[in-house]
Design a protein around this ligand. Structure first.
Ligand SMILES: Cc1cc2nc3c(=O)[nH]c(=O)nc-3n(C[C@H](O)[C@H](O)[C@H](O)COP(=O)(O)OP(=O)(O)OC[C@H]3O[C@@H](n4cnc5c(N)ncnc54)[C@H](O)[C@@H]3O)c2cc1C
Length: 414
């Protein structure tokens, strides 16, 4: 029995691992740790409900948040037994990628045939990913879920050498390892005083689903404008019906103006920004705007604590790498916990966590730096830089080995 601060008195439930946040990363980690003899708690502020596949296909039936899943992430989801459920919900492979700049002089094309792959990746609605992973979680006897109840407080109990968690409904948990998978605005990270380095891009991303006039050709389209990149990502359709998910990153001052337009005016502005490559933008669903901030935790670990995915790092969405990096954090942490158990180390021990941090920090930082450089290069309007950019794009396009290397890296198969 513990008495926690001024809160209610509750029995403490003991776990080996407590994961806070059942988004894509937290659910995947719980599923990855299942079956290893650990008692796992998964805490999620939102109710844990699996989504039903909408009966009809229409522009407003898609989740506005989608992820471009790399073949490497797909492999992980397959190993977790979740990919089949993702596919039976709905997803769209993209086999081709077309990137061009505002001037129309620099462009580069990627095709899965260049690297002998079936697809460059898959556009999947986030709710399909979470639903498929929750199915695995709910089938595992060693995972206890706490749905619809947020974490309210956490701290380290040095005497017990364990982490103490208090939930909003008064429940108290104790765990050898606490994993923060609670997203970009992680409460765990703040409550435990992890330091972060962050900078604002001065950009927000408008996210919506559109119906377009012409087939998307299973292509992920991206146009770089001085105001920010615009992506049209292919979604499943039906004969004569073609849908794309839009991520339109824009300078802060332009966003409210675009959000205030009525639907036909917004569709016209979007179509013009995209040079009408898929004909007219005929309809769009509700529009949402997400602030874009690059953030990286200085340390991913403390004794008994690990940060994963967006709680550890957030990256510009232009290359669709955010959750792919997060899923690799998950895979590596699960591997290191498992290897630690085999050596006789408990999951929260520093030697286990240090290995996780060492393996993930470099790769995450390298990807974040590359995306940042990319974005800055494409924003430049100075003539020499535009020339350099266009020559660079053409050069990469013509140098097959370099292009293949870039593609493999983006697909996570290096
Ligand atoms: C516009 C946009 C487009 C993107 N496109 C892509 C893409 O194409 N490909 C890609 O790989 N990535 C993309 N990303 C990034 C991707 O969405 C994130 O990396 C991913 O969603 C992070 O997953 P997560 O599980 O770490 O966090 P989240 O999805 O944020 O999940 C965190 C979970 O924790 C829960 N939670 C929070 N606080 C508490 C608490 N106190 N107690 C209990 N639970 C709590 C939340 O309810 C939530 O369910 C995009 C991001 C944006 C903004």
């Amino acid at each position: 029995m513990v008495i926690w601060g001024d809160g209610p008195v509750a029995d403490t439930q003991d776990f080996d691992v407590a994961i806070v946040g059942a988004g894509i990363a937290g659910s995947a980690l719980a599923a990855a740790l299942a079956g290893r003899g650990l008692a796992i708690a998964l805490v999620e502020a939102q109710p844990l409900v699996r989504p039903e596949l909408p009966a009809s296909l229409a522009v407003d039936t898609f989740d506005p948040r989608v992820s471009a899943i790399t073949p490497r992430s797909r492999q992980l989801l397959q190993e977790l037994g979740a990919w089949r459920a993702v596919e039976s919900y709905r997803s769209c492979p993209y086999r081709h990628m077309s990137v061009w700049d505002a001037d129309g002089t620099g462009c580069i094309e990627f095709d899965c045939a260049d690297v002998n792959a079936a697809a460059l990746g898959y556009i999947v609605e986030n709710r399909a990913l979470v639903g498929a992973l929750l199915e695995r979680v709910q089938a595992a006897a060693d995972i206890t879920t706490f749905g619809g109840v947020g974490l309210q407080a956490c701290s380290r109990d040095e005497a017990a050498q364990a982490m103490q968690l208090q939930l909003a409904d008064g429940a108290a948990l104790r765990a050898d390892l606490l994993v923060a998978a609670d997203g970009a605005l992680s409460r765990v990270r703040d409550m435990l005083d992890f330091r972060t380095r962050e900078w604002d891009y001065g950009h927000r991303a408008i996210v919506t689903t559109v119906e377009v006039e012409r087939p998307h050709q299973e292509t992920a389209w991206q146009r770089f404008l001085p105001s920010g990149p615009l992506a049209f990502l292919p979604l499943p359709g039906a004969p004569g019906r073609h849908y794309c998910s839009i991520v339109w990153s824009l300078k802060e001052e332009l966003v409210d103006e675009l959000l205030a337009l009525d639907e036909p005016a917004f569709c016209a502005a979007l179509g013009a920004a995209f040079e009408h490559r898929l004909g007219a933008v005929q309809a769009c669903s509700a529009r949402f705007a997400f602030p874009l901030r690059q953030r990286h935790a200085v340390d991913y670990i403390q004794p008994g604590v690990a940060l994963v995915a967006d709680a550890a790092h957030t990256i510009h969405p232009l290359a669709g790498q955010g959750i792919n990096l997060g899923l690799q954090d998950v895979a590596v942490l699960a591997e290191e916990v498992s290897a630690g158990l085999a050596r006789g180390s408990s999951p929260g021990q520093l030697d286990v966590l240090r290995r996780y941090q060492r393996r993930r920090k470099g790769e995450n930082l390298a990807m974040m730096a590359a995306m940042d450089g990319f974005k800055r290069l494409f924003e430049q309007e100075a003539l020499p830089l535009r020339w350099l950019r266009n020559v660079g794009m053409r050069g990469v396009g013509q140098l097959k080995p370099l292009k293949q290397q870039l593609m493999r890296h983006a697909m996570g198969v290096l």
